[in-house]
Design a protein around this ligand. Structure first.
Ligand code: SF4
Length: 360
């Protein structure tokens, strides 16, 4: 965006441009429908305006803050990983997941890198933590859907589960969710939006209060404080007791069931004893447990996924205790869909370059 341009997401500024250019409000509404709801692309959206203002409007309004630099289609399942460059030069990943039933989910990034520094995650090991703007978050949805149009599909589930801890970028997250829900912009149904956190109790409660109908997921990965802290260094700041209280509060505020994400790691968190402790910790909460097989990353050679018999035994203990428990298969193992793997080294290099430039 050059310094004179404004963003298509800045509704008030775009309205002012319309007033200056003196074209009818309905033409701007048609542009927004084409761009945010039908995903026809910027050119087709601009074609909704009177011909005499199109060029001037296009020069003043920026539609895409991101540029796609790579798209990798999985050969074994329905995942596509999009890699996009931000204006600051960093790379982020967005994953399109197509299920056998024809539904499409989008996994969005909210940051470049992540300060949570989880042991099992390439993003956490990037050594960078920069927040994306709301428009950079939203542009991932537009760009992915523009691509899906060729298949006559649209993303139904919007999942904040890619690079970054969404609650470390809370203001932009809320702006993005508000835009997603806004009738004049995306008008996306709230029940198909999910925010996944590694566990920041106050923010979970704030988010539930602000958006009563969107879904929340907690990446728990262990009901033992010491194991959790080993896997997720950030967990040292947020004891399990506070997290449990937060889920209980979310259950009171929202009707929706809270998702509990649990990465299955062999000999780390997958024993029958772990399952019993988890069941005890969850007792009385309205939750749905998702057990997730682990996609290994180069930075953590010591971690491997739980074998199927142990995983099934773990699930059986939870089901026996009365919890709805599903096993989620990670899509895109062959394209490194686990967040951050593809762009880790390049982002490190960019951060280093920028730090060096700043030091001179
Ligand atoms: S798993 Fe999520 S919270 Fe943990 S480091 Fe990776 S992106 Fe951050």
């Amino acid at each position: 965006m050059n310094s004179e341009q404004i963003s298509i997401y800045d509704a008030a500024a775009v309205d002012r441009i319309r007033a200056e250019m003196k074209f009818e409000p309905r033409r701007l509404r048609a542009l927004r429908t084409a761009f945010f709801k039908k995903f026809l692309g910027a050119e087709a959206a601009i074609a909704e305006l009177p011909s005499e203002v199109r060029e001037a409007f296009a020069a003043r309004v920026q539609f895409h803050p991101l540029t796609i630099v790579e798209a990798d289609d999985s050969e074994i399942d329905g995942a596509t990983k999009l890699v996009a460059r931000t204006a600051a030069g960093y790379l982020i990943e967005t994953v399109i997941m197509r299920t056998g039933t024809g539904r499409v989910s989008l996994c969005l990034s909210s940051q470049v890198g992540c300060a949570a520094a989880c042991q099992f995650c390439a993003t956490g090991q990037m050594g960078v933590a920069k927040s994306l703007s709301a428009t950079e978050i939203l542009d991932q949805i537009v760009l992915a859907n523009e691509r899906l149009r060729a298949e006559q599909r649209q993303a139904r589930n919007i999942v904040f589960m890619g690079m970054g801890e969404p609650f470390h970028n809370e203001a932009a997250l809320y702006d993005a969710v508000s835009a997603l829900l806004a009738p004049e912009l995306f008008h996306h149904p709230s029940r198909y939006i999910l925010v996944s956190t590694v566990g920041i109790p106050d923010a979970m409660v704030r988010c539930a209060r602000r958006f009563l109908d969107i879904n929340l997921a907690l990446s728990l990965h262990s009901a033992r404080q010491d194991v959790r802290e080993r896997l997720i260094p950030l967990a040292a700041k947020f004891p399990l007791g506070d997290l449990r209280t937060a889920i209980a509060q979310v259950n009171q505020i929202q009707q929706n069931t809270v998702m509990i994400e649990y990465l299955m790691l062999a000999s780390v968190n997958d024993s029958p004893q772990d399952a019993c402790e988890l069941a005890g910790w969850l007792a009385g909460l309205d939750v749905h447990v998702n057990l997730i097989p682990y996609n290994p990353i180069a930075g953590s050679p010591g971690l491997r996924s739980t074998e199927r018999p142990e995983r099934d035994a773990f699930a059986a203990i939870l089901r026996e205790a009365g919890f709805v428990t599903t096993i989620r298969y990670s899509l895109g193992a062959d394209i490194a869909a686990a967040c951050g793997q593809l762009v880790q080294s390049e982002n490190r290099a960019i951060a280093k370059e920028q730090a060096t430039a700043g030091a001179h």
